[in-house]
Design a protein around this ligand. Structure first.
Ligand code: S3P
Length: 169
């Protein structure tokens, strides 16, 4: 049976889903599941390797399976990947499993947080600002559609963000 008390974090790369999520779980005394980390652990390959060998479609299928599995487990804070909201079925599953929080971030802060990161396959081009803006233009309505609550992480360090978010849940 589905557990309905999850807190599911959605939002773009660099919005703080993993770091804030871990701090939030500790604060609330809940478990923490990072969907990307679980995909990597189960596949024994990095996200970049999975994109290269199976294409984005293969990765999205793994993401949907792993998310559904996580949402069926005991209540936890669940950090999703930035593209998890692309599939309508994922959005419906999240909303049915608990509270969905859209972590939003201003473009400049997002870019700064992702500086030096070379692990994300969708961020390989020269013009990162433009890539992130294009992704956000497509996905912003989906983050909003998926979420019960919007929380802006731009001004916060992870622990302060977790404290402020916990107040609003
Ligand atoms: C992706 C975001 C990544 C990861 C994959 C695809 C995306 O997760 O799932 O690289 O489509 O935005 P983060 O949002 O945790 O970086």
């Amino acid at each position: 049976m589905r557990n309905r008390d999850h807190i599911v974090l959605v939002g773009p790369m660099g919005s703080g889903k993993s770091t804030l999520g871990r701090a939030l779980a500790a604060r609330l005394g809940l478990g923490f599941i990072d969907v990307d980390e679980r995909i990597v652990a189960e596949a024994g390959r990095s996200i970049a390797e999975l994109f290269a060998s199976e294409g984005e479609a293969g990765f999205r299928a793994r993401e949907a399976r792993t998310l559904a599995q996580a949402l069926g487990e005991a209540a936890a804070v669940v950090a999703t990947g930035g593209g998890a909201v692309l599939a309508e079925a994922n959005r419906a599953a999240m909303r049915g499993a608990g509270r969905v929080v859209y972590l939003r971030v201003d473009a400049d802060a997002q870019l700064a947080r992702l500086q030096g990161d070379s692990t994300r396959p969708l961020l390989q081009g020269e013009d990162r600002a433009r890539t992130l803006a294009a992704l956000q233009a497509t996905r912003e309505p989906l983050y909003r559609a998926a979420a019960h609550l919007l929380f802006d992480t731009t001004q916060f360090a992870p622990d302060a963000a977790a404290a402020a978010l916990a107040e609003r849940l």
